[in-house]
Design a protein around this ligand. Structure first.
Ligand SMILES: NC(=O)c1ccc[n+]([C@@H]2O[C@H](COP(=O)([O-])OP(=O)(O)OC[C@H]3O[C@@H](n4cnc5c(N)ncnc54)[C@H](O)[C@@H]3O)[C@@H](O)[C@H]2O)c1
Length: 267
């Protein structure tokens, strides 16, 4: 992370320990399972302390205890990120009981069963639900954390999707729209954060081999989807997590989206 060095009346921004994320505190939303769990575990392996913000208490507490077994501090906070009130209470409590977060990974998303479907399937309430979690939730998490990061800098990483560029074979119009919004939000926040050494970037996975992939997609559809990926396989969750770790460690990239999609889209 970056420190600001004052010299002879001038602010010189100087990279200090730019690759050092050890000891930092990260919030990972949606960290209870799949990609969020992989991100949490990989950050923990790099020495980061992890606060999981998720609705799924049983799974989230298990991930937290896996992290503690790795020798890192971790806690689980049951939070519905579509509620600004819940976000506010949870972050304040975290700050008092655990410490001030320097990293935020906005990873949570509404369930596939909710977001699946195209223009004919999506009702107003489904649309609102998708936007409330994927866009509003991510924004208000960032807004709440922002003042805490202003003093010493920080990293915000939004998990979007390659479907923001390509569309989805499942329709998922609300989801795709929300993921495209996250890319715009990443750029706008990057400009706001720059003067405080807060970098804001996004990671856009393509198809990922999560524990739920088979159930969600089905074998036949999966084979067809893999054929359209130049690298001819889904990403492993750890490959997405590696991109997050990189963005947490780099001080000079901001407003960018890293596509972890096996070549299915070139930015
Ligand atoms: N799985 C993929 O193939 C894939 C591909 C591209 C992008 N992504 C993106 O990666 C991220 C993770 O995907 P995943 O497949 O691991 O997701 P997932 O559906 O398996 O997990 C999402 C997590 O978010 C939590 N969550 C949902 N609503 C919440 C709320 N209101 N408040 C707090 N937590 C909430 C869930 O409980 C769950 O633990 C998402 O942003 C997704 O859009 C995934």
């Amino acid at each position: 992370m970056v420190a600001t060095v004052k010299k002879a009346g001038t602010d010189l921004h100087k990279a200090v320990n730019s690759m050092e994320i050890k000891g930092k505190i990260a919030i990972v939303t949606g960290g209870s399972r799949c990609i969020g769990r992989a991100i949490s575990l990989m950050l923990a392996k790099k020495g980061v302390q992890i606060a999981i913000f998720d609705l799924d208490e049983d799974k989230g507490k298990k991930v937290s205890s896996e992290i503690r077994e790795l020798g890192r501090n971790s806690c689980f906070c049951k939070v519905d990120i579509s509620s600004t009130e819940e976000i506010s209470c949870a972050v304040d409590k975290l700050k008092n009981d655990f410490g001030t977060p320097q990293i935020l990974v906005n990873n949570a998303t509404v369930d596939f069963a909710v977001r699946k479907g195209g223009i004919e399937d999506i009702t107003e309430s489904i649309w609102d639900k998708i936007m409330a979690v994927n866009v509003k939730g991510a924004f208000f998490m960032a807004k709440k954390i922002f003042p805490y990061m202003k003093a010493e800098g920080g990293k915000i990483i939004n998990i979007t999707s390659v479907t923001a560029q390509t569309g989805s074979v499942f329709g998922q119009i609300g989801y795709v729209t929300s993921k495209a919004a996250l890319i715009g939000m990443t750029r706008a926040l990057a400009l706001e954060g720059a003067k405080y050494n807060i970098t804001v970037n996004a990671v856009a996975p393509g198809l990922v081999r999560t524990e739920l992939l088979g159930d969600r997609v089905g074998k036949e559809k999966l084979a067809e989807m893999v054929k359209n990926v130049p690298l001819e396989r889904p990403a492993e969750m750890e490959e997405v997590a590696e991109a997050v770790v990189f963005l947490c460690s780099n001080d000079y990239m901001t407003g960018q989206t890293l596509y972890v999609c096996g070549g299915s889209y070139f930015s």
